[in-house]
Design a protein around this ligand. Structure first.
Ligand code: GRF
Length: 216
């Protein structure tokens, strides 16, 4: 089966992008990263893509009359590279309903909490404030509502005594780097189906769960 052609949207550091690039190096990996698109020219992830030999594009969000016109430019950049599936990896712009519908069930995001808990900004600090004992990350299909949509996979990490938002974020990030490549693998293998706003993973009892001992 031909590898799924994936485009990754970023705005910054790109460590999740790096995890996807690294996974896609393996000849047996069922997806190929064919383009990385950033709304910021200074995104560190762009260098990671270039180092991996993956084409990049910068589509600045400024100068567009509205969100949809920016999204149409993003869409054009992705289509120009033959992208079939999109991963958001630290992409800091809200996407318009037009874009989300155009890529329905072909668009996933990773969020550093166990959704539906702690949507939005600084979810790690939200988790500490709530006093939860477990947190983690979620890979989910994107819907127009922020940080909502059918859940593909979650990875849990413990919250430990003395954690700060930074130490918890680092533990969750390590889990993200395992979860995102695994989720994309399941999708690219054709094992992930959306049924009534829930995901069914074929051939896997606990296919959508990762547990991380201690340091992730
Ligand atoms: C990650 O924590 C991701 O879950 C969130 O934004 C952060 C991006 O980090 N959506 P990076 O750019 O992948 O290093």
């Amino acid at each position: 089966m031909a590898a799924l052609k994936v485009g990754v949207l970023i705005s910054g550091r790109g460590s999740n992008l790096q995890a996807l690039l690294d996974a896609a190096q393996a000849p047996s990996y069922p997806a190929e990263i064919v383009a990385v698109v950033s709304n910021r020219a200074d995104a560190q992830g762009l260098e990671r893509a270039s180092r991996a030999g993956v084409p990049t594009a910068v589509v600045p969000h400024r100068g567009h009359r509205d969100r949809e016109s920016f999204d149409r430019a993003l869409d054009a950049a992705l289509r120009a590279h033959g992208v079939e599936f999109v991963c958001l990896a630290g992409f800091m712009r809200l996407l318009s309903p037009w874009f989300v519908e155009n890529w329905r069930d072909k668009l996933v995001n990773i969020h550093p909490s166990l959704l539906p808990a702690f949507k939005g900004l600084e979810p790690q600090a939200q988790a500490l404030t709530a006093g939860v004992r477990l947190s983690g990350c979620t890979v989910h299909f994107v819907r127009a509502e922020m940080d909502a949509g059918p859940i593909v996979l979650q990875a849990a990490v413990p919250v430990v005594e003395g954690d700060t938002a930074d130490t918890l974020a680092a533990r969750i990030l390590a889990a993200e780097h395992r979860a995102y490549p695994l989720a994309l693998r399941l999708i690219a293998e054709g094992r992930v189906r959306v049924e009534g706003e829930r995901v069914v993973v074929a051939g896997a009892g606990a296919g959508g769960v990762l547990m991380s001992p201690g340091g992730g």
